[in-house]
Structures are given as C-alpha cells and as structure tokens.
Design a protein around this ligand. Structure first.
Ligand SMILES: [Zn+2]
Length: 280
C-alpha cells in the first residue's frame, strides 16, 4: 500500500544525527575507577569537531536534520546545540547520559527525560517534541512515560518502513542498515577495523534507491564522532545532494513527519501487543 508522504512525494529520506559524544562511555563506565582517556577523546570529536563539519555540509545542501542529544551532552556543549538549533535543525531527546530504558525504572526514565527536556529547552527556547532511546533499546513502559511527558513521537523501532503508531505514540522507524555505527564504530581492541567509505556509499545508495522504488522511508542515522570525519562527511554529501535535488523525494525532520502522520491511518500496535506476537 502506498503511504501518502508530505507534498505528494514518492518516498521520504530523514537525516538524523545522534550527538552522543562521550555520554555512552560515561554511562557504561560509571562504576569504573578511572576514565579511558583514549575513548573519551575519540568520542569528544563529535561535539568538538564532527558536528560543525556536518552542519556545514547540511547548510550547503539546504537540508535540515533532527539531532538527538543526551541532556548531559547538551549541558556540556550548549554552544553546539544552540548553533544547530539556530541553523534550523530539530533538537530532540536521547536520554540524560545515554541510559538505555532497560536499565531504568519507569520513574527513573521519567526523571532523566524531564531533566533533559528542561536542559534542552533552556538552551534552545523550544521544548523537544520527540525521543530516540539510547541504542534503540526500549521497554513496554517507555510509551506511557512518553505520553505523560507529552512527547509526541518515538524513533527507535523497526516494525515498519513508514510511520506507524505504538501504544498511542507515533513511531518514525529506524533501520540498522542505514546507521553508521555498524560500519564505522571502532574503538581500540575491537575485532575488526572500521569500514571504508565505499561500503557506506554503495549500501546507502541502494537503500535510497529502494525507498524510491517501494515508496518507503529511508531513515539515516549518523553519529558526529563517527560520520563527522571529513572523508565520511564528503560521502554523505555525495549521497544526499541528489536526494535534496529530487522533487519526488521529501526530506522532513522527524518531528515534521510525525506531525504529518498524526491522525492518519496506518499500522497500530497496542499496549497489549507489546512483548508478544501480533497477528495482523
Ligand atoms: Zn546514541
């Protein structure tokens, strides 16, 4: 069935940046004795340098992205978050210090997100409208918490290739195939080296072409500490320039796509179906 994309487009391409910086490492190593400075610095490349490289590339294409930012990172790097917002990009939630929801009680999730909302709103003057869970980890308890905080969309699940609804929250789905982490994530001691840019160029070009052919969403997820490196930014620009120039494709922010979807018919997963097979 054809999905009615904004503006009558054949398909949609969303560019999203997960500005994690060092927060996943800090959460993972919270009980460790001393920090591994090498990994901290590698990750700090994202907010320190990578985000600016990506913002410049997007300026050149007149493309707006959604940037998911842990609250702790926003507090640590407020100038970068303010600048991204000033240039027209959407700033959305990504936990406080990149805590996966499976490691938190519902009350802890509500408290960490409430703190992140306050922090981001204090920097941008705008309340974040959506949430991407760290590592795309989730529990069935996430959705009532999002509704209680008036967070209107979630972008972490892979149950469809177009917007749908899960327990009363609009889901704008993601895909590991168009996430840069499986290609580029490498910290010292990992068993395989990071991929070159060639596999990303070829793989993502095929994903974009298939989205056009099937009328689906291509959700691209990049991390500034990985894809903010110059050669990788150049490949992203090469991939996205024809997308922006194609009048048959739309490139909304995730919030815009969620607002477009609200009230439309589509796949709906109820609270009762979470955690057990749906037969539809
Ligand atoms: Zn993340």
């Amino acid at each position: 069935m054809t999905y009615p994309w904004p503006g009558g487009a054949r398909a949609a391409v969303c560019l999203t940046l997960d500005l994690d910086g060092e927060s996943p490492y800090l959460w993972r190593s919270r009980d460790a004795r001393g920090p591994a400075v090498g990994e901290l610095e590698q990750r700090r490349y994202g907010p320190r340098r990578g985000i600016e490289n990506l913002l410049a590339m997007m300026d050149g294409l007149h493309l707006r992205a959604t940037i998911f930012v842990p609250g702790w990172i926003a507090a640590e790097y407020p100038a970068q978050v303010a600048e991204a917002h000033r240039r027209g990009h959407e700033i959305a939630l990504h936990g406080w210090c990149h805590e996966p929801p499976t490691s938190l009680t519902d009350d802890e999730l509500r408290a960490t997100l409430g703190r992140a909302i306050q922090t981001i709103e204090g920097i941008t003057g705008e309340r974040p409208a959506g949430y991407r869970s760290p590592s795309w980890d989730m529990t069935a308890g996430v959705f009532p918490v999002l509704r209680s905080l008036d967070i209107g969309y979630y972008s972490s699940l892979m149950g469809d290739d177009r917007p749908y609804e899960v327990d009363g929250v609009v889901e704008i789905p993601v895909d590991w195939a168009t996430d840069d982490a499986p290609y580029y994530r490498y910290v010292g001691g990992d068993p395989r080296p990071p991929a070159h840019t060639g596999p990303v160029r070829d793989g993502w070009a095929a994903e974009i072409a298939a989205a056009q052919a099937y009328g689906t969403l291509c959700m691209i997820t990049v991390h500034p500490w990985l894809s903010g490196r110059p050669a990788r930014v150049a490949v992203l620009e090469e991939l996205l320039a024809p997308v922006v120039a194609d009048p048959g494709l739309c490139t909304p922010t995730v919030r815009e796509l969620a607002e477009h979807h609200r009230g439309r018919t589509g796949r709906t997963v109820s609270a009762g179906q979470l955690g057990r097979p749906a037969h539809d």
